[in-house]
Design a binder for this molecule. Structure first.
Ligand code: HEM
Length: 520
């Protein structure tokens, strides 16, 4: 007797009411139901005239991503190409149809003009967004709550308000230089160093504290920052959110989230007794909470202060502080390490960059300020070109109010995800000729004027664009200035050329960024 027959006999003997044939019928119905629920969405939009890539059961179009047979960057570049000259189409994220938009004008419409229809991010499944374990502050807030929160915390991210930001982060940049000098044979691990730098910058900008991550070559802040993201959690919560909800599986590792929440809570409590407001992001958030922003000196929201204060509770301050570690650490480190990689393997670009930096160094030496560094035009070009090639693969909005695709009768319903394939756009020869070439000339002032809006989106676009962009840019400029003022970077034996993107990370490369730093 086969195991199947035996199992059937057992069931029949336990529930002897149904015959073997009836049981088989029930099983058949169950299988049909599962098949129907896994495929019911496939083909719905195709019938309305939208193009799609034929989906596979369960995976939809995401098999290479879920099985990690392609990097995220390559995956989204390939998906984009498969839509050919079409302006949009349907892409299946597992079983869920997602509108993918390729056309820059439509992208602008979704992200800016018709933002009202696409207020929410769809990175986190809706059913998980409001569980206490996934409450992260701004980036998972939705609808009106997001609007009020964003207005409320925006002044805390304004460079006009974070006084002397350049000078504050010059100290960690100089710490990086000292750490580079200590590296045996000048072999530097730029992923590690930029990671430590990003953490120490958060310490200075947000808390006016020296976390000493660079000096100590890593500490528990780094370990917990690295621990936030676990691939299995990400895929499980994204693909089967109901299971994640049932078993209380959070999107980010709870130990890391709790570590940072406890740390920020202690710092906030320590400050709450004082009547002064230190000049840092935490001080600004406290000013917003207490309605103490001064329109004469601060980039404030004037009479909106009372409303802003309503949302700036201590809990929200804590969660926003934690978000600096979640959103402002790995992003900055991954992109900055790639900046150093691209420059190291392109001696001509490096020569030009060094010339510009030397010119500035002859005037200000090591003590560069935020205003000085903004004058380094070629440095900015290099940063932007790096952020074109090493950008996040995509961003995604959730349709919050049904939306008719212009020029068609197709209506995108509430809750459907709309994906903007950033990496596809950044590598489209129509917008960036010879797209694989690292060419900072694309970002001269003149060429930027000719760049089509909606094609270059390393920080997103519209009201929901990255709130930390100016801070990230400042961190990049200061570190680039100090590194190239002191060293020439070259590839070494451990440098991985050509680029091979990791399959388990958004925008890092296999083998990391190991380079040789030659003192100048
Ligand atoms: C190189 C570094 C960074 C990159 C490439 C980056 C990129 C992005 C992108 C692509 C988005 C989505 C935008 C959209 O869909 O339109 C985003 C959102 C966001 N970023 Fe950044 N980011 C960086 C650094 C930072 C920093 C330093 C912070 C500081 C805390 C930060 C905080 C945020 C937040 C809070 C959001 C969500 C905004 C909202 O929900 O309104 N990011 N970022």
């Amino acid at each position: 007797m086969s195991v199947f027959n035996w199992a059937l006999e057992e069931i029949v003997s336990v529930f002897g009411i149904l015959s073997r044939v009836q049981w088989l019928g029930l099983l058949g119905l169950f299988v049909l139901y599962v098949y129907w629920s896994l495929t019911k969405n496939y083909g719905v939009y195709e019938k309305k005239g939208l193009f799609s890539i034929p989906p596979k059961m369960i995976f939809g179009n995401t098999k290479d991503l879920v099985m990690q047979t392609k990097s995220m960057i390559q995956f989204y570049r390939d998906i984009y190409k498969q839509f050919g000259d079409r302006k949009y189409g349907i892409y299946y994220d597992g079983t869920a149809p997602t509108l993918i938009i390729k056309d820059p004008d439509l992208i602008k419409q979704v992200l800016v003009t018709d933002f009202d229809h696409f207020v929410d991010f769809a990175f986190i499944p809706k059913e998980l967004a409001h569980l206490p374990m996934n409450e992260l502050g701004l980036s998972n807030a939705i609808g009106d709550e997001w609007r009020s929160l964003r207005t409320s915390i925006t002044p805390a991210f304004s460079l006009k308000n974070i006084k002397n930001i350049g000078t504050k982060i010059n100290a960690p940049a100089l710490d990086v230089i000292e750490a580079m000098k200590r590296c045996p044979n000048g072999e530097v691990d730029m992923e590690k160093l930029t990671g430590h730098y990003a953490i120490d910058c958060i310490g200075r900008i947000v808390f006016s504290m020296d976390f000493q991550t660079i000096k100590s070559d890593g500490n528990e802040i780094v370990t917990n920052g690295d621990g936030f993201f676990e691939t299995w959690r990400f895929f499980l919560t994204m693909s089967i959110p109901r299971v994640a909800k049932l078993f209380n599986i959070s999107i980010f590792k709870p130990q890391s989230v709790n570590f940072f929440l406890n740390m920020t809570e202690k710092i906030l409590q320590g400050r709450n007794g004082s009547t002064s407001y230190p000049n840092d992001v935490l001080g600004l958030m406290m000013k917003i909470r207490d309605q103490k922003l001064d329109p004469d000196n601060d980039d404030s929201k004037g009479q909106k202060q009372a409303l802003a204060a309503k949302f700036m509770t201590d809990t929200m301050i804590n969660r926003t502080l934690m978000q600096f570690f979640l959103d402002g650490y790995d992003t900055v480190s991954a992109l900055l390490s790639m900046v150093f990689y691209f420059v190291a393997i392109d001696p001509e670009v490096q020569d030009r960059l060094l010339a510009e930096i030397d010119d500035m160094a002859s005037k200000v030496g090591a003590n560069i300020t935020g205003d000085d560094v903004k004058e380094l035009k070629y440095l900015d070009q290099v940063f932007h070109e790096s952020s074109r090639l090493a950008a996040f693969a995509f961003t995604v909005r959730r349709c919050t109010k049904s939306w008719k695709i212009p020029g068609t009768d197709v209506v995108i319903p509430e809750d459907m995800a709309v994906m903007i394939p950033i990496q596809g756009l950044h590598s489209d020869p129509k917008y960036f000729p010879d797209p694989d070439k690292f060419d900072p000339e694309r970002f001269t002032a003149e060429n930027k004027l000719n760049m089509k809006t909606g094609t270059f989106l390393p920080f997103g676009m519209g009201p929901r664009a990255c709130i930390g962009m100016q801070i990230a840019l400042m961190e990049a400029r200061i570190l680039m200035y100090q590194v190239f003022r002191n060293f020439r970077l070259e590839p070494c034996e451990k440098t991985v050329i050509p680029i091979k993107w990791r399959t388990d990370h958004f925008n890092r490369i296999d083998g990391g960024v190991k380079l040789k730093a030659v003192p100048r």
